[in-house]
Design a binder for this molecule. Sequence first.
Ligand code: AKB
Length: 320
Amino acid sequence: MKSKTLIIGACGQIGSELTHKLRAKLGVNNVIASDIKARNLDLVTSGPFEIIDAKNKKQLKNCIEKHDIDTVYLMAALLSATGEKFPQKAWNLNTTSLLNILNLAKEKYIKKVFWPSSIAVFGPSTPKKNTPQQTVMEPTTVYGITKQVGERWCAYYHKNYGVDVRSIRYPGIISWKTLPGGGTTDYAIDIFHKALKDGHYECFLTEDTALPMMYMEDAVKATLDIMKAKNSDIKIRSSYNLSAISFTPKQLASEIIKNIPSFTIAYKPDFRQQIANSWPNSIDDTAARQDWNWKHSYDISMISQNMLQQLEKSERLNVL
Ligand code: AKB
């Protein structure tokens, strides 16, 4: 019987932590990591790894058959800021990879799919505070457009072909192990690296730009929770709103100052400001809390302390 898991985009920020967690839970050889390049040595050497271009359905199918895969986490994507630089590339990767996986599920090569959506599905005309699950969605970034279309495809494949696809709308995810790449919420990670290295950070968003955020531990937990929920409990097959905390760069800087009193910050907004302005300030995730018992654990001060401690520790280990 098939029972293995494939993570696509396993070398990325969320993919790498999800892979380590799933390997610890399911056994190293039951979790196949894959990416377009072997760019995370720790991940690549810690268990089975395959080079796959998620846009290539044949490569995906071969890997799924070779390893007896029944569950896929499709984490490969071009994020908001990079997507604006390479719109066609973002469209091709984000939509083709999803359709490939949904079609493989429809053709019964796999049983269960996780695909991440994002707060980027919302746009300037969406209510900004406590953004509801169902509301106006007019995204203005290519990334947001790919996530919106992806959500519609997920709901369509579930309704018409019975595909068991589950999804959450990630806020900005904060983590210390793997750097994010090309997102608008990346400032909330860069700031910790620069605070420790230079004692100063130049932020690409204004001080009062509030965005929904979450610590990686909570994001991984949410991902595993929605995947282990009973099929009948998953009432939303587009994507669930998911929330933990919301803060501005100024509020985050104040938390860092509690730990590093000499830390300073300056604000120099760039093109990412416009992207951030189009997104919600905070999210209403009542449906996720009701349907599959979602709960977050980390608040802004726990995140700040943990980030600084972990980054300092890994810096010390690198020096040794
Ligand atoms: C981004 O900033 O593009 C991502 C996201 C919110 O999906 N972190």
